[in-house]
Design a protein around this ligand. Structure first.
Ligand code: ADP
Length: 563
């Protein structure tokens, strides 16, 4: 018996541990998807490769296994670049596999021809082509291993049409699979030297105003238990980045989230674990940070540490390094204690800010601003209990307000626009979260603009009956209503809707009803409470269309200075 390249690729994926795939099928990869399914893979078929790619990347982050997505050649591959690049920027393990045109016809204008290796190189850690069927198993193993190794990221595998149609005997295929399995690389995390651990502990011990900052790299490393022990042993306040939220509960007494400006502006030592000192952390520079702050950076990437030139860099896996720090401290423990002036300053400021925010949140403002519905969503999510729903959030004001108001109590329960500020990833992330965590409720909290990028994927939610409730903050446009200055409204097309406008009062809830899902249109607190209570307990695909005052919020959310 002989098998073709499609079967061998499917067998390779299964042999090397792939349980789920995302993608869009078509020439020349339909058979590959079908074969993978017949071998036990769950294939989630999307409408657009962009969303499939976003889904694969979030799956990689949530499971710690490479998220794999499949595209057709040429345009399919180009659409997939959005997912591949977003994965690499977020440092999430992801593999994009694309079919490509027949190798014999390259350069002659073949159907969907593109030099896909060249096209993907800028966005991947590794781009490889299987030029012959015999190379398929080794190439599949290689991209899966590379996606995970060192600093995780996106990898690309090119499977030309002719290779997918070539044949080998079953026994030859088995030999190739065994060989590839034998040669798989497993990189062990680097071990940080004892002297560096001792130095880090000594700096923390002598700090007057220490702070522990952690990000999605720490979340990816499953460092939550290690961080909890470190924080609770030392009594050092902590600050999560948006996706680091939940590693320790936002409600923890040492959480500095609500006192962010004070914590980063006044700390003298910051232990930063799995978070880059990029724009999200103001590059670690004044005026947000003190110019004298000593950074101790923990990152799996040596390159990252070299780039930032911290006071001390610890290259290694976040969980292992934090465990080593804790072990070192345990032998000669120190704890700031709740009466320490720094702990009190952070805690008082946080309590103060929370109280002020609560006053605003307590108001029932109708037509809705952003705060009133966000409070109702926060309370509905809290009422779900454990496991806490995974929240996916995007949009300018919706994401900004949601970050402050929604409470994360469990790790990896917040997915958002991330390092690139990517909009349009919401539906892909929601689908990935539901697939990666069966039985867990997923709640999308999205601006109408973010939702619109991939709204057709609500059909995917319905098709697979995923427990996802997408709440759309509908304010009729990008940032909401027409906010142009009078001098910006001119020219022969001035009667056109503004570039930021969408159709007012769009019926987003009706979109999901077209496919048999449940839609809700809400404009008052009672309507929203009832829609959330019903849809959360049903655990079925639903869209809640929340009508927001088009002039609530601000243009560009909190990023106005850049627009
Ligand atoms: P955030 O957006 O939460 O601030 P970033 O994406 O900027 O986080 O930073 C995450 C960092 O975590 C990256 O620099 C990445 O290299 C690093 N990282 C990824 N995996 C690990 C790991 N297992 N251990 C430590 N650091 C990691």
């Amino acid at each position: 018996m002989e098998i073709d390249g499609n079967i061998l690729a499917a067998k390779s994926l299964v042999r090397f541990g792939v349980h789920h795939m995302f993608g869009v099928v078509g020439i020349p990869v339909t058979s590959l998807a079908n074969r993978a399914v017949s071998l036990g893979v769950r294939f989630i078929a999307f409408h657009n490769e962009q969303s499939a790619g976003y889904a694969a990347s979030a799956y990689g982050y949530l499971t710690g296994r490479p998220g794999v997505f499949l595209t057709v050649s040429g345009p399919g591959c180009v659409h997939g670049l959005a997912g591949l690049s977003n994965a690499s920027v977020n440092t999430w393990p992801t593999v994009m596999i694309s079919g490509s045109c027949d190798q014999a016809d390259v350069g002659r204008g073949d159907f969907q021809e593109l030099d896909q290796i060249q096209a993907t190189k800028a966005f991947s850690k590794l781009s490889v082509k299987a030029s012959h069927i015999s190379e398929i198993p080794a190439c599949v193993a290689q991209v899966l291993d590379w996606a995970l190794s060192g600093r995780p990221g996106g990898c690309y595998l090119d499977l030309p049409t002719d290779v997918l149609h070539q044949k080998v005997s079953e026994s030859e295929a088995e030999k190739l699979l065994t060989e590839a399995e034998k040669n798989r690389t497993k990189t062990e995390p680097e071990i940080v030297s004892n002297s560096k651990i001792e130095e880090a502990v000594s700096i923390l011990r002598h700090a007057e105003r220490p702070l522990i900052v952690f990000g999605k790299g720490a979340a990816y490393a499953r460092a939550e238990h290690a961080l909890t022990k470190l924080v609770e042993t030392t009594g050092i306040p902590f600050l999560p980045t948006p996706m680091g939220k939940g590693l320790l509960p936002d409600t923890h007494a040492l959480a500095a989230t609500a006192a962010r400006s004070l914590a980063i502006g006044k700390c003298d030592v910051a232990l930063v674990v799995g978070a880059r000192l990029n724009w999200l952390l103001h590059f670690g520079e004044p005026p947000k940070w003190s110019k004298d702050v000593k950074f101790i950076l923990v990152d799996v990437s040596e390159e990252e540490i070299e780039l930032r030139k911290p006071h001390l860099g610890l290259v290694g896996d976040a969980k292992h390094v934090v465990e080593a720090l804790h072990k070192e401290i345990k032998d000669d423990p120190f704890c700031l204690g709740s009466t320490h002036p720094w702990v009190q300053a952070v805690s008082n400021k946080a309590k103060d800010n929370v109280a002020k925010m609560e006053v605003q949140l307590a108001k029932d403002v109708v037509p809705f601003n952003f705060l009133t519905p966000m409070r109702i969503i926060r309370d509905a999510i809290a009422a779900v209990g454990t496991p806490a729903p995974i929240v996916v959030s995007e949009g300018a004001n919706t994401m900004d307000v949601g970050r402050s108001v929604l409470v994360q109590t469990e790790p990896r329960t917040r997915l958002d626009a991330g390092t690139w500020g990517t909009m349009g990833l919401g539906l892909g992330y929601c689908i990935a979260a539901a697939v990666a965590s069966p039985g867990r409720l997923v709640v999308g909290v999205e601006g109408d603009s973010g939702f619109g990028f991939s709204a057709m994927e609500v059909e995917t939610l319905v098709r697979y009956q995923l427990p996802v409730v997408v709440i759309v903050f509908n304010n009729g446009g990008v940032y909401g209503g027409d906010r142009r200055r009078p001098e910006e409204i001119d020219g022969p097309h001035k009667e056109d809707p503004a570039p930021t406008d969408f159709v007012p009062n769009a019926g987003y809830h009706a979109l999901i009803e077209a496919f048999g899902g449940k839609g809700y249109l809400v404009g008052t607190p009672d309507e929203l409470k009832s829609a959330l209570s019903e849809s959360f307990s049903a655990g079925k695909p639903a869209v809640v269309n929340v009508v927001i005052d088009p002039y609530a919020g601000s243009e560009s959310g909190r990023m106005q200075h850049k627009n």
